[in-house]
Design a protein around this ligand. Structure first.
Ligand code: ADP
Ligand code: SF4
Length: 708
């Protein structure tokens, strides 16, 4: 079996086991050309960036996704999720803007799908100032910090219900005019359709409340009306969350989810089934494995003859085939895998599945949505730059000179810079001080839950090792003297950053360092130098590492506490959907969490914390401290070289640049982007730090926001 696999890979012929993934699938009146279905996911691009959006979606169609969907598209100003960067289909200008995308998607033979959406009581209508809509006046997840707002939604009248259905229909008609082939009704993730399904949110006593059949009526009418309006030429899909419903007993069926699917069975042309909230639906790999939705959605196909699509961060074609063969899914849904590698289907078809740039489940893409900007991806630096910078994920400009490139440092930045330069045809040499390549990932991907992050290094090393114009030298710490002698024209310093033991005051003013043998940084831990006794992890980096190290040390049997000036453990991971699970995992490992605290003083055995608001102090018996705080560039080599600038021309050196953490310490996504930018723009100085600026389409004059 192994030999056969090797043969297919070498000869670049599709593994026949995967042929099933390329079968066409009828969806109502349209036909998906294969089973690769890019399900709706946010792009953050909106109608303000129609060309950026069209190119982003079209690249996936080019890469072989048979269906390419929008993210959620508001049907009406009463669904206004600002300040989040949501999309709209409210008027003529929006039709033109969407048509750019559908035309570009169709040009590659894919179907275009649109997720029409009404946010109900989960949106605050901060811009439109319309009182939000809900079944019974209960805002979605009022306790959740991400949804906090001071406006409670209206209780919809019967006329309000008919209005929302009318707006869906009007938007569906516009969507067909914009060229969409699949049109969604959305009943998931706390939005209006879903709010009708749950009795805690739907307290109505009319025909839309009470029994499950009544609670389903609104969604049913949305589907029926949409089908009546556009169902002759477009497929009408239902996207629905089933996690909570599956957990609810039903008098007539195994669960309310079973009962609901039986009730609607063949009404939608397609079932798009998912989890209930972003943290479980789009779970980070640290807490959710590939295919984690299956126990919730595995029954749907048994209760409908319509095709079913679902997600699960699928990157392995074997897993995809298994989903189809075992009767779980007809169409393999992908959101993050399609962002990380838009060419995933094409690579499987070409027998190059080991060249897939697999999603690592870090959820930086989600964080971009929460940041209110176009999507960014750790694995794929070209995302969002397809039109702005003319960056294609698989095509690269030819080299601009015969210059030889020396990259010092084989972390994410150095590997990406080397790979892109090598793909362009440059002669690339990469040297790293360590025996194992991958930079910070060597240690970090060994920590609890982070193994998939190792794919960032693995993907690049795999590709680099196969290239004849690349030489890689591990275990080679270089100094300025050696570099001057190496006869390389372009020097790239990618030597990363170091964690410091710097502290801050409550006014965010650096207070100097905390020294001593019992004070550790993540760099110490990465070298195997571990703390002893009762340990406090003091985290003001606020991303994943402080929480992960606390878990790591607790798993080793140490007595660990965690303190932070922030209001939650790993506070920034709210952006990546991880934060609730960070608290859970630390709780499971008996790690006490102390929030709103500054580290005031420490000597082994005695540590003092101070509340950032009240100044009240708390004494703890702590033997060792791990500070996860400020990082500083490891840029001594860069400056040592600059100090010898006079010798560059004799040494043949044309440029010395620093990239990645050595330039500006950040997350993996920043390091990869920095490396990519270097490789892409080498010898193309006019491109440096510039991009095309998109503008909204405005064929018609400004007019009423509500056009129907
Ligand atoms: P980034 O995230 O910017 O890629 P990393 O810290 O992950 O940065 O990787 C930096 C890499 O640079 C590490 O693997 C480290 O061993 C290597 N390195 C640091 N200094 C030198 C040096 N003088 N010579 C060779 N390699 C170095
Ligand atoms: Fe996957 Fe991370 Fe890229 Fe999102 S940002 S698609 S989770 S690799």
């Amino acid at each position: 079996m192994l030999c056969l696999t090797a043969l297919w890979l070498n000869t670049k012929i599709m593994n026949p086991n995967y042929a099933i993934l390329f079968e066409p699938v009828p969806i109502g009146p349209v036909i998906a050309p294969n089973r690769f279905y890019q399900v709706p996911h946010a792009s953050g691009m909106t109608e303000s960036n129609p060309r950026v959006r069209a190119a982003f979606r079209a690249t996936k169609a080019e890469g072989g996704w048979g269906v390419v969907s929008t993210g959620a598209v508001s049907t009406h100003p009463s669904c206004d999720d600002s300040p989040l960067p949501f999309a709209r289909l409210w008027d003529e200008n929006d039709i033109r803007s969407h048509a750019l995308a559908t035309e570009a998607i169709h040009a590659h033979g894919a179907l275009a799908a649109i997720e029409l959406w009404h946010g109900g009581g989960a949106v605050m209508n901060r811009t439109s100032r319309i009182a939000p809509y809900s079944p019974s006046g209960i805002p979605w997840s009022a306790t959740h910090v991400g949804f906090m707002g001071q406006l409670k939604p209206r209780i919809m009248t019967g006329d309000d219900i008919q209005d929302v259905i009318r707006w869906q229909v009007a938007a569906a008609v516009r969507a067909r005019r914009a060229g969409y082939d699949v049109i969604y009704v959305y009943a998931g993730m706390g939005y209006l359709g879903y709010e009708f399904l749950l009795p805690e949110y739907n307290l109505r006593t009319d025909a839309y409340g009470g029994s499950l059949e009544n609670r389903t009526r609104f969604v049913k009418e949305l589907i029926e009306s949409t089908k009546e309006a556009v169902g002759d030429t477009c497929a009408v899909a239902l996207r629905i969350s089933l996690e909570e419903l599956r957990a609810r007993p039903s008098e007539n069926n195994e669960s309310e989810a079973h009962e609901l699917v039986s009730l609607l069975s063949d009404l939608p042309d397609l079932w798009d089934v998912k989890m209930d909230s972003s943290p479980t639906d789009c779970g980070a790999s640290r807490f959710r494995a590939e295919g984690s939705h299956e126990p919730v959605i595995d029954f749907v196909k048994k209760l409908t003859t319509r095709p079913v699509v679902g997600v699960g961060r699928f990157t392995s074609p074997d897993t995809m085939v298994s989903q189809v063969k075992r009767g779980i899914l007809d169409l393999i849904g992908g959101a993050r895998p399609s962002i990380a590698d838009p060419f995933l289907p094409a690579k499987i078809k070409a027998g190059k599945e080991n060249e897939i740039r697999e999603c690592i489940g870090c959820n930086i893409c989600i964080a971009s949505w929460h940041d209110g900007v176009p999507v960014r991806c750790t694995q794929n630096a070209t995302v969002g730059e397809e039109w702005r910078k003319n960056w294609h994920p698989e095509k690269f400009p030819r080299l601009g000179s015969d210059d030889k490139i020396l990259i010092v440092g084989a972390g994410p930045a150095g590997l990406e810079a080397g790979l892109i330069a090598a793909k362009r045809g440059y002669q690339v040499t990469i040297a790293d001080a360590e025996k194992t390549l991958g930079g910070r990932l060597v240690f970090e991907s060994s920590l609890p839950g982070l193994s998939e992050w190792g794919r960032v290094a693995d993907y690049r090393l795999y590709a680099l090792q196969a290239m004849v114009n690349v030489e890689i030298y591990p275990d080679n710490r270089l100094n300025a003297e050696e570099i001057l002698e190496l006869e390389q024209e372009r020097i790239v310093i990618a030597t990363g950053a170091s964690w410091t033991n710097m502290l801050y005051s409550s006014l965010e003013i650096p207070l100097g360092s905390l020294d001593g043998e019992a004070v550790f940084t993540p760099d110490d831990l990465s070298k195997g130098n571990l703390p002893n006794g009762r340990v406090l992890v003091y985290d003001f980096d606020n991303y994943y590492l402080g929480g992960v190290l606390a878990e790591f040390l607790a798993r080793k049997g140490l007595d660990v506490s965690y303190a932070t000036p922030a209001g939650h453990a790993s506070a920034w991971t709210i952006m990546t959907n991880e934060q609730p699970f960070v608290h859970q995992v630390l709780h499971e490992h008996n790690v006490g969490i102390l929030t709103s605290m500054l580290l005031k003083t420490f000597q082994p055995g005695a540590l003092v914390l101070e509340n950032i608001f009240t100044g009240a102090t708390q004494n703890l018996e702590i033997d060792s401290v791990v500070i996860v705080g400020q990082r500083m560039p490891r840029d001594e080599l860069f400056h040592a070289l600059l100090a010898r600038k006079d010798e560059f021309s004799d040494a043949g050196i044309k440029s010395v640049d620093r990239i990645g953490d050595c330039l500006a310490p950040g997350a993996l996504v920043h390091a990869v982007y920095s490396g990519h930018e270097y490789g892409r723009q080498l010898d193309e100085p006019e491109l440096s730090e510039t991009y095309l600026r998109d503008i909204p389409i405005a064929d018609i004059d400004p007019g009423p926001a509500i056009s129907n």
